[in-house]
Design a protein around this ligand. Structure first.
Ligand SMILES: [Ca+2]
Ligand SMILES: [Ca+2]
Ligand SMILES: [Ca+2]
Length: 238
């Protein structure tokens, strides 16, 4: 075989290989990603952006007190891909101390057999917690940033995501945050193209003295001071 024939054969082989690669089913591709507001609880509000950008921005939510929650639905993640997501969270300052995130997936889609039931009360009707085999997660082991930063500090991050109980991230120690929390976390839909929820909720209420009890403490101290003055006056007189 001369050099020209060899080159021709090589070119043909490469062409066939390339064609084969194009025809093989590749990664499930499901972009573009879209998000929508699913539900709110406890006076929470959400402002979702028209353009998600990259990293994905989910916009801004406000959780005014512990127990308030926002569920955002996510659709169209590309399979086997890890996404970094950003969100601004308002309302922590002097109201609550922990931001909780959970992946919530639809019921009756064939992947709920391993779920730990009953589901907790914050799981919306028709949905379920995410088990460790359904391919929906906060992109565990992907090494994506998980943080909640605020002026002068950052949250302590914990994950509970390696059992069938659910996929949960907590960001604790945010009660002193004046202004917003700048939240970052990962998301993954291993199969791709599914519709699921991310539930954001505020927990660990921060006890603040009621105005009435502050008044009582104030008048109590004033009363004590008056008694001391009177006693001192009596001692001097006596
Ligand atoms: Ca499911
Ligand atoms: Ca499930
Ligand atoms: Ca999961």
């Amino acid at each position: 075989m001369n050099k020209n024939k060899e080159a021709l054969l090589l070119t043909r082989c490469l062409s066939i290989a390339l064609l084969g690669a194009l025809l093989l089913p590749g990664r499930a591709h499901a972009d573009p990603v879209s998000i929508a507001l699913h539900s709110v609880q406890g006076g929470a509000t959400a402002v979702l952006p028209a353009d998600l950008g990259s990293p994905l921005s989910m916009g801004m939510i406000t959780l005014p007190s512990a127990g308030a929650a926002v569920a955002i639905s996510v659709t169209g993640l590309t399979g086997q891909s890890n996404y970094l997501v950003e969100l601004l969270v308002l309302g922590a300052s002097s109201a609550w101390n922990t931001l909780r995130l959970e992946v919530i997936d639809p019921l009756r889609d064939g992947d709920d057999g391993l779920d730990v039931v009953p589901y907790h009360e914050m799981v919306p009707g028709g949905f379920s917690t995410s088990n460790n085999s359904d391919g929906l997660s906060f992109a565990q082991d992907a090494g994506l940033e998980r943080s909640a930063l605020f002026a002068g500090g950052s949250a302590t991050v914990n994950a509970d995501e390696t059992t069938d109980r659910g996929d949960v991230l907590t960001f604790a120690g945010v009660a002193g945050a004046a202004g917003e929390l700048r939240l970052k976390f990962g998301l993954r839909d291993y199969a791709g193209g599914r519709d699921f929820l991310v539930l954001f909720s505020a927990a660990d209420s921060v006890a603040t003295p009621e105005p009435a009890s502050m008044f009582l403490i104030g008048t109590g101290l004033a009363g004590l001071a008056a008694i001391r003055r009177r006693r001192r006056g009596a001692e001097v007189a006596g």
